[in-house]
Each structure stands twice: as structure tokens, then as C-alpha cells.
Design a protein around this ligand. Structure first.
Ligand SMILES: *[C@@H]1O[C@H](CO)[C@@H](O)[C@H](O)[C@H]1NC(C)=O
Length: 441
């Protein structure tokens, strides 16, 4: 009798604890991860138990330990963890049509994810095998129908076409030949200009090559920065920029003639202001803003919407102290409103206009973060480091957009304008509330 009563009490207490836990907003993702882990552990348990009669106890414990527990993360902004790679993910890229996210890892595959199912329970992906090599970098072509990869063993660029089959799935077909080998040191980034006019590859030894799409070298650049830590093409497809040991970020224009023929690579402008080497930089989607993160312990936001041919220099908009280290990555939301910086396994998100740090997520991956990107609509921030890809809601972006609209509302003169702004603010607030309170199912 007493035992039964105690049992009932324990059970109802348990239920209460459960309810409280749910009420304080444990998210779908957290629970999913736990379930996955439980399932995995359960499977392991059965395997171990099956062997128990044959094996001494000590060995049983070791075999249980050998499989390192999966790195888990729960955070209110975590929207999804994309899992399929069996090796550490090294690079992420969104297609310019917004439909896909490409990832590559040291497991001889490139995966193509559908951005529209980020919030679903299942995240399906397509798998492109990289024959006899590992792709360490991946970039979509401007038409989102092909991608280029950097091959770690072949030291070269390979183009893969995505061929849509009748049933809607894809075949991946490598171009008949890989690019010739040129780089003598490890390659830190590649890119295809959004104009489709050139491809870029950059290595840590300060060399950058500009290629045509067939793999002919159009030009080479010596950055003269002692060593390079990052280089990239601007989203407008006009500029190539690099940073490294020296404090200045250098920007070149890759110039083409009226008929589309390559002309020259010309120095455009520098970002001068940091007092130590620069780890990385990023552009806004219209290339009018750049953000840089430096060993000097700050990030800086720049206005690069200048007529450099008329000797106009880019100007500094903001300097903000931040934590960073060798290998830090930086991302700027497409609209330039949010700056994200990785430092080891952590990411911090800042409002670009105020410099205020808004979010900080620790221990996102079990290993150092290797890439950090916003999607093209600025809804998500994605990053990689271990086998999983983490997708976060860009809550600071929603908040910044709402703040900007409230500012406009104060200045708005006519009623129609006010009404429209008020409606837009309500909608944005609803979206933000919805992402932050994703229902537990
Ligand atoms: C940049 O992103 C913003 C917000 O996502 C979008 O409204 C704008 O059209 C984009 N501009 C370009 C040049 O892609």
C-alpha cells in the first residue's frame, strides 16, 4: 500500500518535472538530440550485453568508453543540426538561388542540403562522391547548377556539374579534366565570381591565381602579406581581397573589357586601421560593407561603397573589442546588420550598427570552427567544425530589422507610411517570437 502510494507520488512528481522542463522551453532540437543519443546508447548497450557472457567485465567497460559520446548542444537559437558526414566538415557554401547548402568533409563526399527543410525533423541531403580524394573547399557556380571543389590530395580545382534526373534527383558529373596544379603551399580559399567570369584560388604563401572557367590562368597576384590567412571574391564579382600577417586588408579589381575579355588585375583600395594581423574578413551581399577581425582584439566594420578610381578611400564605421584567435572566421549578414565571429569552438553575434554583443554560443562543435556563413536571406547562421553542421536562427538580425523600422516609424510623416511600418514591425515580431518558441512535438 505504502509502496504504491510512493510510486504514484514519484510518477506525478516526474510528470511535473517534465512539464516544467517543457514549459521553460526546451526546444525540439534538444530533445531530438537526446533521443538520438539515447537510441545510440541503447544500441550500444544491447551490443555490449550480447557479448557480456563471453567477455570479462573490464573489457565490457572499455568497449563502452571507446565510442566517444556524440557532442551535443542545446541553445534557444539552435534551429537544426545537419548530420550525414562521417568526417569533419571543413567548408560551407549557399547557392545564390537560396535553395541549397553545400558542405564538404574529409570523408570523400560533398553533401547538398535543401535549405527549405532546415526546420523539419528530417534533413535529407544529396551525396556527391569525390573520387580518390578529399574536397576541403566547395563553392557553387552562379547558376547554382555546378560547384567547384579544392582537392586536398590532387592540389587542384575540380568542377562538378549537378545534372537533374527525370525523377527530380541529381547526378554529379566531374568535368573531364581537373585544373592544372599551381599552388606550392596549402590553399585557404577558392571562389567563383557571381558574374561567371573567373575563378580564384589563394594559398597561405601569398599567391592568388585568377583562372578562367576552363582552367587557364588569367593572372597571378602576390599579396606581399608575408603569409595569408584568408582571401575571397566580393559578392558583386568585381573584387578579390586578401588578409594575413600584415594589418592591411588588400583589395584588387579583376578587370574585363566590354567584350568580356580579361584585361588586368588592378589595385583598388586597402582597409587600413588594424594594428596587427587580420584573421579574416567578410562582405555584405552588395559588397558595400566589409567586416574584418584582427589579432589586435577588435572587429571593424567598413563602408566600401566608394569610388576608389577617384581616390576615395573606404571608411571605418565601427571598431568593437572581441575575442578571436588564429583561425577565427567572421560572417556579415547579407543586409550588413549582424556580425558573427568564431573563436575556437564559440561564436559571438553583434549588432553591426551599435556594436552591442547580442548572443554568445559556447562549445558549438567538439573541434575548432572551420567555417561560418549567413544564408542568403539572413534568416540563419550556419557553422561547422566537427561532423555536424549547426544552423542557428539569426535572432539579432530580426531584432535589428525591427529596431530600424521603429526608428523609421518615429520619423514617418504620413499615416499610410506609419500604418505600413507598424504592420511590418508586427510581422517581424511574430516571426521572431515564432522562431524563439518553436513548438515541442
Ligand atoms: C541582400 O540581402 C537583402 C536581405 O536579405 C536583400 O533584400 C537584398 O535584395 C540583397 N541584395 C543583393 C544585391 O543580393
Amino acid at each position: 500500500m505504502e509502496v504504491a502510494a510512493l510510486l504514484v507520488l514519484t510518477l506525478s512528481l516526474g510528470a511535473l518535472v517534465m512539464l516544467v522542463a517543457l514549459a521553460v522551453g526546451r526546444r525540439k532540437e534538444e530533445i531530438r538530440e537526446e533521443t538520438e543519443q539515447t537510441a545510440e546508447f541503447a544500441a550500444e548497450d544491447i551490443a555490449v550485453k550480447g557479448l557480456a557472457s563471453k567477455k570479462p567485465k573490464q573489457e565490457k567497460q572499455r568497449s563502452r568508453k571507446e565510442k566517444a559520446p556524440q557532442h551535443t548542444l542545446s541553445h534557444p537559437l539552435l534551429a537544426a543540426s545537419l548530420k550525414a558526414h562521417s568526417g569533419n566538415v571543413t567548408c560551407l557554401d549557399f547557392s545564390s538561388n537560396g535553395k541549397y547548402l553545400a558542405s564538404c568533409a574529409n570523408d570523400r563526399t560533398v553533401r547538398i542540403w535543401s535549405t527549405k527543410d532546415f526546420l523539419d525533423r528530417e534533413h535529407k541531403c544529396l551525396r556527391a562522391n569525390v573520387e580518390l580524394d578529399d574536397a576541403t573547399l566547395v563553392r557553387f557556380s552562379p547558376d547554382s547548377r555546378a560547384f567547384i571543389t579544392w582537392l586536398a590530395n590532387g592540389d587542384t580545382i575540380r568542377i562538378l556539374k549537378m545534372i537533374k534526373k527525370d525523377d527530380g534527383s541529381f547526378n554529379f558529373k566531374a568535368a573531364s579534366e581537373d585544373f592544372p596544379q599551381k599552388h606550392k603551399a596549402s590553399v585557404l580559399n577558392i571562389g567563383i565570381a557571381e558574374t561567371g567570369k573567373f575563378i580564384m584560388s589563394a594559398s597561405i604563401d601569398t599567391s592568388i591565381y585568377i583562372w578562367d572557367l576552363k582552367g587557364e590562368v588569367l593572372a597571378s597576384i602576390n599579396t606581399n602579406q608575408i603569409t595569408n590567412s584568408y582571401a575571397a571574391i566580393s559578392p558583386c564579382g568585381r573584387f578579390v581581397a586578401s588578409c594575413g600577417f600584415t594589418p592591411d586588408v588588400k583589395v584588387w579589381e579583376v578587370c574585363f573589357g566590354k567584350g568580356g575579355e580579361f584585361k588586368e588585375v588592378a589595385r583598388a583600395f586597402d582597409l587600413k586601421g588594424h594594428s596587427a594581423g587580420v584573421h579574416a574578413f567578410a562582405f555584405s551581399n552588395d559588397s558595400h560593407r566589409m567586416v574584418t577581425v584582427s589579432k589586435d582584439g577588435t572587429w571593424k566594420l567598413w563602408n566600401t561603397d566608394v569610388e576608389y578610381k577617384k581616390q576615395q578611400d573606404p571608411y571605418l564605421l565601427k571598431t568593437v573589442p572581441c575575442a578571436s584567435s588564429e583561425g577565427s572566421r567572421v560572417a556579415l549578414s547579407p543586409d550588413g546588420r549582424v556580425v558573427a565571429i568564431s573563436n575556437g569552438c564559440d561564436v559571438a553575434m553583434y549588432n553591426a550598427a551599435s556594436g552591442q554583443q547580442e548572443e554568445e554560443v559556447h562549445g558549438i562543435h567538439s573541434e575548432e570552427i572551420t567555417d561560418l556563413k549567413f544564408d542568403i536571406n539572413g534568416r540563419y547562421l550556419v557553422c561547422c567544425g566537427d561532423k555536424a553542421i549547426r544552423v542557428f536562427h539569426n535572432a539579432p538580425g530580426y531584432r535589428a530589422a525591427i529596431g530600424d523600422m521603429q526608428g523609421m516609424l518615429k520619423k514617418a510623416q504620413n499615416e499610410a507610411m506609419k500604418e505600413r511600418l507598424q504592420q511590418q514591425i508586427r510581422e517581424a515580431q511574430r516571426t521572431l517570437d515564432a522562431v524563439l518558441a518553436a513548438p515541442v512535438d
